[in-house]
Design a protein around this ligand. Structure first.
Ligand SMILES: [Zn+2]
Length: 174
């Protein structure tokens, strides 16, 4: 991990959490759409499912086509992760913060094809953004990266039944 801040203090982060990332999630219903006859390739993003997980790489020529859970969620507008960002600090450092978010996604997606950013949209009052993601753990990762880089206040809300994570991060001090 190469987040902008070199001082990632795990023990401090842990105290800031209201809850920890659940060890065992309810099975993601989107993952149950995978056909068992491996290998399977996603016609949209070309990730392929083999030996129990989705991966990037050269697709075997005999692969069957089936949409991966990430593309399925994007098509259905069904995010599994949400990160809301607000506060005066954001208005001043918007580009830097969005760059950090894209970096976290890029690092995670390279290893885990199902961890993707769906979109970044303005929060209706105009003082922040809402990021939607295909994976609940990616929301957690972005919350940790924001807190590590800029401190501020971060809250995590894990909804295991729905397989979603909602993170809110706020910093008012400039
Ligand atoms: Zn896909």
């Amino acid at each position: 991990m190469s987040y902008p801040s070199e001082s990632l203090d795990i023990s401090h982060c842990a105290r800031e959490h209201h809850d920890r990332l659940p060890r065992e999630w309810r099975h993601d219903t989107y993952k149950s759409t995978i056909k068992p006859d491996e290998p399977v390739v996603c016609p949209t993003c070309r990730a392929f499912f083999h030996e129990g997980h989705w991966q990037w790489g050269d697709t075997p020529s005999h692969a069957h086509e089936s949409q991966c859970p990430a593309c399925h969620r994007i098509a259905d507008h069904m995010p599994a992760g949400f990160v809301s960002i607000s506060g005066a600090f954001f208005n001043v450092h918007r580009d830097e913060i969005e760059h950090l978010i894209h970096n976290v996604e890029k690092q995670q997606k390279a290893e885990h094809p199902l961890k993707r950013l769906i979109k970044i949209e303005a929060i209706t009052d105009g003082n922040g953004i809402l990021i939607t993601l295909t994976d609940p753990h990616l929301a957690h990762d972005i919350g940790e990266a924001l807190h590590s880089a800029y401190k501020g206040e971060v809250h995590y809300e894990y909804q295991k039944e729905e397989y979603t994570t909602r993170v809110s991060w706020r910093r008012d001090a400039l």
